[in-house]
Every structure is written in C-alpha cells, then in structure tokens.
Design a protein around this ligand. Structure first.
Ligand SMILES: [Cu+2]
Length: 320
C-alpha cells in the first residue's frame, strides 16, 4: 500500500468535483482540456467528504496474513498474520472490519491490509486487498502491460469511438480477479466513479443512472449486457469499499461490477478513456464519461458529462 500512496492519498481535506459539459468529448488528457471546463453544469463544487470518525492520528502497520475465521455477528475477522517488523510477531488475532470487508472475506484467503490499533485496545483492519500470489501477479502483469501500452501510444493513447479498448485486469467488488477479455462476447456499459464522491450530482447521480439503465435494459430483455464502474480513487476504493457502495444502494451485481486495482493501471485506463481525474492540492477534480463497448471490445458510443438518457444507451445496446 505504501508504494502507491502518493497522489491518491485519501487524506483529502476536501474534494472538488468539476463537471465537464455534455457537449462533445474531452480530448485526451494532457492536451490541456481542463480549460474546457466551460460547463453547462454547476461549474465547480467543493465540499468535504464525510468527516472521519476520529482524528486520524492512529498509526498504521502494513499487515499480510490469512483469514482463518469470520465472526459476522461481531464484525470480526480472525487472521493469522505474518510478523510485523518492529511491532508484533506472527500470530492469530481478531480484527474489527467494515461491513463491506466482512462481506467479501473468505476463510483461507490471503490478504494485505493496514492494521490500526485503537486506544481501546481493539485492532482494526482497513484497506484490505486480496493477496493471493496468482491473483496479484495477474493484476500486476496486466498493469505493467497497460503501462507499456500507454507509454508506447504516447499522444495517441486516447481511444476514439470505433477503437478497441485496452486490455486490463482488475479486482471486482468481491475481490475476484476480472481478467482482460472477461467481458468479450458481451456489450459493456462503463463509467468511472469513486465511492467518496461528495457531490450528489456527480458520482452518486451517475451510479443512479447506471442502475436505471440496467433496469431498463432488463425490462427490454437486452441480452449479454454488463455494467462496469471503474473507481477513480483506487487507494481508498478497495473491493470491500466498493462492495459496500453497491450494497447500500441495493445494486443488482449479477451484471454490474465495480472494479479497482493498482493506481498505475487505473491512471492508464483514465488516460486511454479520456477521463480527467486529478488531485489539485486537496481537491479531486474529475470528469464524467460513459461508454458503450461492443462484443469485440470496440467502443460503440461515448458521452461526456451527465446529460444522457438511459433509453438512448439501451437503444444502442440493441444494435448489432
Ligand atoms: Cu464524483
């Protein structure tokens, strides 16, 4: 976790969300389109994310280990953890975790996480990630490939409508590895959000519209359609956090996935999909993009901003 804690550190004092207008797509990032913030929506909204429950003075220790038990009633994971240098030898301990982390935990699973001792003598785990060797290697390999590809494409990294989406491998909200090509053979409606987005008209509204589109597509019996939301804030949005994001909204995840993974992979995807998400000081500024990708991985349609209709996407889903 330490390695990617630079830019996306969740210690955002406040978050600024900047909406780009629905007219036309933004050009690829880095071509200075931030200036195109001549918006039809509220130009810029600043607000504070939910205040942390306690002052974040707590120390954190990087932990790796294996889940050996789950006590759902007490919201506790029992973990046999490896030695924590200069702090604790290897041992089995109970840890309080969030409802989302509890929901995705599996006995026998290896994890990495931050251990946080509390003043009451309890121990919590946060930022829990799957740490199975094969899974993390697959995700890391794909991230490296994506890095190479983005670098090689350089100025042409941005994928136009009609181009094929880059291959990526990320974790879903259950901590499962979703490999490149997983969605081939299906149409995919994709957007980019982050769970702590405090601006009701941005990510929360985008998710609500994805849900509305999912329902409309189901009612219209659209076959082979998947909905995918990729996080803009991968350091905070672990699988467990995304699980909670989905479950508090009552999202039907049978064909709606929330994906997260290495910071570099997310940033390369944002570059290739032409989504701007940048920290400016304490502010996370981002644009909204919604894509429809066909069965062969080609981008059929994209819309920028929040002015789009679920029925228009559903109509395009029905096209061959
Ligand atoms: Cu947002």
């Amino acid at each position: 976790m330490k390695s990617n804690a630079r830019v996306w550190q969740p210690a955002l004092g406040a978050v600024l969300v900047l909406a780009l207008g629905g007219c036309g797509r933004p050009a690829a990032p880095k071509s200075g389109t931030q200036a195109a913030a001549t918006s039809v929506e509220p130009a810029a909204v600043a607000s504070k994310p939910a205040a942390p429950a306690k002052k974040e003075v707590a120390e954190r220790y990087p932990l790796t280990g294996e889940i050996t038990g789950i006590d759902a009633a007490r919201k506790v994971l029992i973990v046999y953890h490896d030695e924590i240098k200069d702090y604790m030898p290897a041992m089995t301990m109970e840890f309080i975790v969030s409802p989302g982390d509890l929901a995705v935990a599996k006995v026998g699973q290896r994890i990495r996480a931050d251990l946080i001792p509390s003043e009451t003598g309890d121990f919590r785990l946060e930022k829990i990630w799957p740490d199975e060797k094969l899974a993390t290697a697959a995700v890391a390999d794909a991230a490296r490939g994506l890095r190479e590809d983005t670098k090689t494409r350089g100025k042409n990294a941005y994928r136009e409508v009609g181009e094929t989406v880059p291959s990526f491998t990320l974790f879903d909200q259950e901590g499962r590895v979703i490999p490149g090509g997983h969605f081939r053979g299906k149409k995919v409606m994709m957007n980019f959000i982050f769970s702590r987005c405090p601006v009701a008209t941005m990510c929360p509204a985008a998710t609500a519209k994805m849900m509305a589109t999912q329902k409309l597509a189901k009612d219209a019996a659209v076959p082979n359609i998947e909905f995918v939301s990729i996080t803009l804030d991968p350091v905070f949005d672990t699988p467990g956090v995304l699980k909670e994001y989905a479950s508090v909204r009552g999202i039907d995840t049978t064909n709606f996935s929330f994906l997260t993974g290495p910071d570099s992979a997310i940033r390369d995807l944002l570059t290739q999909f032409g989504v701007i998400a940048e920290l400016e000081g304490d502010f996370l500024k981002h644009t909204l993009t919604t894509l429809l990708i066909d069965e062969r991985g080609k981008i059929m349609h994209r819309t920028d901003g929040s002015v789009w209709e679920p029925k228009d996407f559903v109509a395009k889903m029905k096209q061959p």
